[in-house]
Design a protein. Structure first.
Length: 295
């Protein structure tokens, strides 16, 4: 009723900055863009052998969990991963299954880690997406590099960014909800905690005792518990697969749950959203949803 598509549409080429802003950013609609990154050297160069040669033994940040869920609700806690510093080639050994581990490893640090931890790779992609930067009148706040195992899952959440998510190799599987589904998506407050490795190698969950509680979504959209969250039955998720060489435009405030093929490599660009009327409408919807649940 609000004009959301029943599936995520495809564009065969990047639009002009004005067209993209008018047709996609302003109405807050997702799309998958083909041939937007076909000129990137990374599409051919980023093999395991190349990454070993260029990044090699450099120590990088890797998220490690026992179950593949980082930044997710587990046992009534909002649990963040162990952030392990390790040589990149050791991480590749795990991804390539040359070394076995009961845990799940994922390069996913979201603080512009491509430019800060992997500057050697920036020349194979782009520091920004020029037509998006022109459309929004700004450069991205962060450019992130993603590489991990298929067991690594991103739990359902939303971001305050206009997101261009580019898959270099493998596939990413997105489940999306428009902001208008907020009344059907449960939020609860959780004690934040972090996975830490014990002396015997097992993980324990350690509370961040001085931190404020975190609002997060406890529901798994792939296997929703409709007895606990019956409202979710009214939500209308979209599912899409983003393949190598494709770019997903994920608008700000859209809820998303993400899976991937094993060893998938991606780069995404986060552009800060405009805190305009769309944001005000979302805040109103959010407040009304909370008020109704208190009645």
């Amino acid at each position: 009723e609000l004009g959301w598509p029943e599936s995520v549409p495809y564009l065969d080429s990047p639009p002009s900055p004005l067209e993209f802003y008018r047709e996609w950013v302003s109405p807050n609609k997702p799309c998958i863009i083909r041939n937007a990154i076909s000129h990137w050297p990374a599409l051919k160069k980023w093999t395991s052998a190349y990454l070993r040669e260029v990044v090699g033994a450099k120590v990088v940040s890797v998220a490690v969990t026992p179950n593949g869920y980082a930044d997710a609700v587990f046992r009534d806690r909002f649990v963040m991963p162990e952030e392990r510093q390790m040589p990149f080639m050791d991480f590749l050994d795990i991804v390539e299954k040359k070394v076995t581990s009961p845990n799940v490893f994922y390069v996913q640090k979201q603080c512009s880690n491509l430019t800060k931890e992997f500057p050697e790779l920036v020349c194979d992609v782009q520091p920004d997406i020029p037509w998006m930067s022109e459309a929004l009148g700004k450069k991205p706040d962060a450019v992130n590099f993603w590489l991990g195992e298929s067991a690594a899952v991103t739990s359902l959440h939303k971001d305050h960014y206009e997101n261009l998510y580019c898959v270099v190799s493998g596939e990413k599987y997105f489940l999306l909800h428009p902001p208008s589904d907020r009344p059907f998506i449960p939020y609860e407050l959780y004690q934040p905690a972090t996975y830490q490795v014990s002396e015997d190698g097992s993980f324990e969950i350690v509370d961040e005792k001085t931190a404020d509680k975190v609002p997060w979504i406890p529901l798994d959209p792939l296997n929703p518990n409709l007895e606990l969250y019956p409202e979710y039955a009214q939500a209308k998720p979209l599912q899409c697969t983003v393949k190598a060489g494709e770019m997903l435009y994920l608008p700000s405030l859209w809820f998303h749950h993400v899976q991937q093929s094993h060893g998938c490599i991606a780069v995404n660009y986060w552009y800060d959203m405009e805190y305009d009327l769309k944001y005000s409408y979302y805040q109103l919807l959010d407040c009304l949803t909370k008020a109704v649940k208190m009645l």
